[in-house]
Ligand binder design. Sequence first.
Ligand SMILES: Cc1cc2nc3c(=O)[nH]c(=O)nc-3n(C[C@H](O)[C@H](O)[C@H](O)COP(=O)(O)O)c2cc1C
Length: 279
Amino acid sequence: MTGPADGAGLLQARFGIAAPCEAVAVPDGVAALLDRRVARRYRDEPVTDALLDLLLAAAQSAPTKSDLQQYSVVVLRDPVKIKRIADWIGTMDWIATAPVFLIWCGDMRRGQRLCELHGMAHANNNLDTFLNTAVDATLAMGGFIAAAEAAGLGTCPISYVRNHIEKVAPLLGLPSGVYPLAGLTLGWPAFRRPVSMRLPPAVVVHRERYDDTALPEHIAAYDDRRRAREPLAAAGLKNNDVYPPRDGVGWSENCARQLSVPERYGFAAWLRTRGFDLA
Ligand SMILES: Cc1cc2nc3c(=O)[nH]c(=O)nc-3n(C[C@H](O)[C@H](O)[C@H](O)COP(=O)(O)O)c2cc1C
């Protein structure tokens, strides 16, 4: 267990700066959150049903908008199915090494069925409901991730299931009104990756009023810190087929390389074919 003495070290690892916040005692549960990282390789060891069910119960304990609980999760243990998704994605071979693959889904269908069961018309097929389903599914996945880490397990969210949504949805038998938000690998980590450095709180946390006037200076310093700890390999940069690969690219430029090329622009159209009005 991590005690208060490790707080400064955990914050230094997370932000790459000596004292991003005031020194206070760090409770064990908070220390675990500060120390979290994705796991992308798993030992060949099973996760028992009892433990998985416990983690799923923790996920269901997350807050949910208006207590509506508008999400579902599909648990995959069948290695053939998991490998099929891994093969569709093609570039993330660690998915197939995970003994469990969970697909977190936004679910408007259950609410529609509740209305039907009570003889009422569902009048909330709109963008707000879509957002609420995504938030509920995300919070549940977050709770699951924290619970898994507490049990010594590792996870990695996989948004790439949405790159193959037209095949993933039928594989899982997702009905109209239900869409995959993200996959999540689960297993006993083969090793722990280094902690991934985050933006300084000064960029993300705004006091009383939103203010990003100092963004360029903060980002330049953050790029330098990340470059010094873990330089980006030219071959692994985003959209190397669009922009020439080169050494020395920082985090922010790599983000721009990703965000300047449209990703999954067919998603809204697919959702509309699956019963979402998004109005
Ligand atoms: C919604 C979401 C989707 C993600 N999708 C993928 C993915 O498809 N493949 C992958 O390897 N990692 C994926 N990740 C993991 C991120 O790359 C990872 O969280 C990030 O690099 C920071 O690393 P850390 O989680 O270890 O701090 C995803 C994370 C989130 C929250």
